[in-house]
Design a protein around this ligand. Structure first.
Ligand code: ATP
Length: 224
């Protein structure tokens, strides 16, 4: 599903330099990413999503090399193939929760916003305990509710790859388990791969594999 080789990245004008060991994620594989704050976990997800562009190396997703695509081609590829749960949710304030969940249908022509899509959005929202809240804007939702809206938005188009940045970070323990169950069951049903950044070590046994960014840090310093 994902192949990374020879990836190096630094932010313009910054002194942070990430050198990612070659990495492969199989179809349907569920991998956790852990490590100290500031070591580049979010940056890795942004690179895989094509939001950040590496200075060197190749990223291939589902057989398509995304490095080398134009900005707009990367955006379209992301919308059609990747569900991204951002650490800060990245919901649009002027849209209702329902419109935010359905937003991935608005940004590309890749899939029709039809009755089936709407029904899936309602069903996901219900599974996340958001029924009755779908007409509200993000400002009138709690942090945990906003996080669940972000989860529904990432899943609604049933992408083959889910990138999750602290997807359970703002949830109470019961909700955390419920949302993780949902994330795992939906990815399993869709045969989707999951790459999830988490600081919650209790969740790690549920993943197939754990990538520890403490090791990446070593690579960063050795390569710098
Ligand atoms: N837009 C940016 N411009 C310059 N530097 C940045 C930018 N975004 C992040 N950084 C720096 O890159 C490094 C890695 O950041 P990143 O957010 O990937 O870390 P992280 O491991 O996800 O951290 P956390 O666990 O705290 O979320 C940090 O030193 C950060 O300050």
């Amino acid at each position: 599903m994902i192949d990374l080789s020879g990836i190096t990245f630094s932010y313009p004008g910054g002194d942070f330099r990430l050198s990612v060991p070659d990495l492969t994620l199989a179809d349907g594989e569920r991998v956790a990413v852990v490590g100290p704050s500031g070591t580049g976990k979010t940056t890795l997800l942004n690179l895989i999503a094509g939001i950040a562009v590496p200075q060197a190396g190749r990223i291939t997703i589902d057989g398509k090399e995304i490095t080398g695509l134009s900005d707009s081609a990367r955006r379209t590829f992301r919308a059609n193939n990747i569900g991204f749960i951002f650490q800060d949710f990245a919901l649009l304030d002027y849209l209702t929760a329902r419109e935010n969940i359905l937003y991935p249908y608005r940004i590309t022509a890749g899939a029709p916003l039809d009755a089936e899509a709407r029904a899936r959005a309602e069903q996901l929202a219900k599974a996340c305990g958001l029924e009755g809240k779908l007409g509200r804007r993000p400002g009138a939702l709690s942090q945990g509710e906003q996080q669940r809206v972000a989860l529904c938005r990432a899943l609604v188009r049933q992408p083959k790859l889910i990138l999750a940045d602290e997807a359970t970070g703002n949830l109470d323990p019961d909700n955390k388990v419920a949302i993780l169950d949902l994330l795992f069951s939906r990815t399993r049903e869709a045969g989707a791969a999951l790459l999830a950044v988490t600081h919650d070590h209790d969740l790690l046994p549920r993943f197939d594999r754990v990538i520890d960014f403490a090791d990446f840090r070593v690579a960063t310093e050795a390569g710098a």
